[in-house]
Design a protein around this ligand. Structure first.
Ligand SMILES: O=C(O)CCC(=O)C(=O)O
Length: 271
């Protein structure tokens, strides 16, 4: 018996490679996360996404707690089973009237996971609709290869670091993953996805959290870390992430920097 998703939503996820929207929390509760997010950006004097990627949650107790939200983990369990690790998270944010976009890409090409089975829950801190540049997917693309050719465009408006782009995507059947503040979408890491600029007067703030079953291994580098967020890890492919004792926890910041470094080194080795 599924815990959160309906049988229809589970079928849709397996058919399309994504499902949305799924309710996570009330408007008042997500407004508190948005307030903390704004305070974080005010403190660092920069966009959170400029520094807090790969394991954005690690140095912050409130974000680490969010990666373990029982309702979200219940939904993940409905899709991948009772043992779940969280190996990463990233902010994807667009300011009001922001030309920045995310080009068509496939996460599994870059994740280095074997088997290539990871899922992302994209939590909306603000409404993500067509006009604010919500995510969109090519339904069914998760049934294709796990590694697809990408061209590195280095477009300054592309939120992806190297502007990694799958070319000539057939957009005739694309599906928009509209989610309002407090809701989330779920996508498979093989699903081809993108998002367009924000044409609205409101910001579009998303926090993407990455999960897998513990039998999934990181093959691009040694010493990959994760947290068991449900059930048990019977495989020991992942070392334990440190736990933040306070915001900007120095041990966790160092672990975040190491994760970035490992990721960048792995990306360079791919070239
Ligand atoms: O937020 C976006 O526009 C893109 C997010 C994304 O690429 C992801 O969560 O994998």
């Amino acid at each position: 018996m599924p815990k959160v998703l309906t049988a229809k939503e589970i079928d849709r996820y397996h058919r399309d490679g994504a499902v949305a929207p799924v309710t996570l929390m009330s408007r008042a509760e997500i407004a508190e996360y948005k307030r903390k997010f704004d305070a974080l950006e005010a403190t660092i004097g920069a966009e959170a996404q400029s520094r807090y990627r790969i394991k954005a949650h690690l140095p912050f107790p409130w974000l680490t707690e969010l990666t373990r939200h029982p309702r979200m983990i219940d939904a993940v369990e409905d899709l991948i089973g009772p043992d779940v690790i969280c190996w990463g998270s990233s902010f994807f944010t667009k300011k009001p009237r922001d030309a920045r976009f995310v080009s068509w890409h496939q996460d599994s090409t870059y994740y280095g996971l074997e088997p290539p089975e990871s899922i992302t829950c994209w939590i909306a801190f603000t409404n993500a609709r067509m006009e604010t540049g919500c995510m969109r997917i090519v339904p069914g693309s998760h049934k294709g290869p796990a590694i697809l050719p990408h061209v590195e465009t280095y477009d300054k408006n592309n939120l992806l670091a190297r502007g990694q782009t799958i070319q000539d995507v057939d957009e005739s059947k694309l599906v928009y993953l509209e989610v309002d503040a407090g809701e989330f979408s779920i996508h498979h890491n093989k699903t081809i996805h993108s998002s367009q600029p924000n044409h609205a007067d409101t910001p579009r703030i998303g926090f993407a959290v990455h999960f897998a079953a513990p039998h999934v291994r990181q093959t691009q580098f040694k010493g990959a870390t994760a947290a068991v967020v449900r059930g048990k890890d019977r495989f020991w492919h992942w070392q334990a992430d440190p736990e933040p004792a306070k915001d900007f926890d120095p041990v966790c910041l160092a672990a975040l920097d190491e994760a970035w470094q490992r990721y960048r080194t792995a990306m360079k080795a791919q070239h």
